[in-house]
Design a protein around this ligand. Structure first.
Ligand code: NCD
Length: 319
């Protein structure tokens, strides 16, 4: 394979999704994140609070609930010395009828150095990026993309498996409504992983095979799990379903919960991932989530490192 060009700056002014990034951009983000990691291969180290981005300001605008993504961005910014301002949804002018674009233009006029947005509308960050010079970071747009999640997932897989190329990654559960799944399709496929989808048939559309090379929509959860190196569970996104597909959460769990018995179908050294929030006993059994095979806490840790890398790269610290 021809040697890849090594970038020192991103080719994009914003982080809108994985799809618009080049493979070199992705490599640059992951290698930059490595220097901010607090734990690699079992070794723990303390990351000192840096002042690399001191004097810069990050604005967070979350129009949907979030725990880990929002706090992770906030911690990433603070660890680099940035000031963080959050738009409180309930108290914002959007509630008074101001359009989203006008609200964002108002925030941009105060000259923050970057703006993180999560919104229920697919494509909202892309639309806003056309109207502002401020770097926009997509923290999840509707059912479209969640690029920082896929980047932290890739970093975590590499930490444990040393590579992405040639791995079988089973992505299981509610694929249809998942922006995490879509961002992972683009990233994992680009780096040569095989992606096996499994879950309730209405939530695992066959057409998804066309979204990126290497995706197979399996007939069952068990088929997708067979011989997997990585098992990525997703939450059932009831808030995005118009009509309930299951009689009860217990009914869903009976067929689709990742139990120790089902996990035994994957390779014996397979790792278990979940972007969170995870529903214990519904999408993942407590004993699996708490087992040494679960790298969920490591994903969360890597989330801060990846977001520090993106803030460094997008706010021009390297310019
Ligand atoms: C996900 C999201 O909001 O897209 N969570 C996250 O950001 N880690 C997945 C979910 O809500 O199930």
């Amino acid at each position: 394979m021809a040697a890849r060009k090594v970038l020192t700056r991103l080719s994009q002014p914003h982080l809108l999704g994985i799809e618009p990034l080049s493979s070199e951009d992705i490599e640059l983000i992951l290698s930059t994140a490595q220097k901010y990691q607090t734990r690699t291969a079992g070794e723990t180290r303390t990351v000192p609070r840096l002042d690399l981005l001191a004097g810069k300001t990050l604005v967070l605008a979350f129009f949907e609930p979030s725990t880990r993504t929002r706090i992770s961005f906030e911690m990433a910014a603070q660890r680099l010395g940035m000031d963080v301002v959050s738009l409180g949804l309930e108290a914002s002018s959007v509630q008074k009828g101001e359009s989203l674009l006008d609200t964002i233009k108002t925030l941009a006029a105060m000259r923050p150095d970057a703006l993180v947005i999560r919104h229920q509308g697919s494509g909202v960050p892309h639309f806003l990026a056309r109207h502002t010079e401020v770097p926009i970071l997509n923290a999840g747009d509707g059912m479209h993309e969640h690029p920082t999640q896929a980047l932290l997932d890739a970093l975590t897989i590499r930490d444990h498996k040393g590579r992405l190329d040639g791995l079988k990654v089973a992505i299981l559960g509610d694929i249809l409504h998942s922006r995490v799944a879509r961002s992972n399709f683009h990233l994992l496929s680009r780096f040569g992983a095989r992606i096996a989808l499994g879950g309730p048939p209405p939530l695992v559309p066959k057409e998804f095979e066309r979204l990126a090379p290497g995706i197979i929509a399996c007939r069952s959860l068990e088929e997708a799990l067979e011989g997997a190196d990585v098992v990525m569970m997703l939450r059932v996104q009831l808030e995005r379903q118009r009509e309930p597909l299951f009689a009860s959460p217990a009914e869903y769990a009976r067929h689709y919960c990742l139990t120790a018995e089902r996990l035994a179908l994957a390779k014996s050294d397979a790792i278990v991932m979940h972007p969170g929030p995870f529903l214990r006993g519904i999408d993942i059994a407590g004993e699996v989530a708490d087992s040494p095979r679960s790298v969920i806490p490591h994903q969360v840790e890597n989330g801060v490192a990846v977001r520090m890398a993106l803030l460094e790269l997008l706010t021009g610290a390297q310019a």
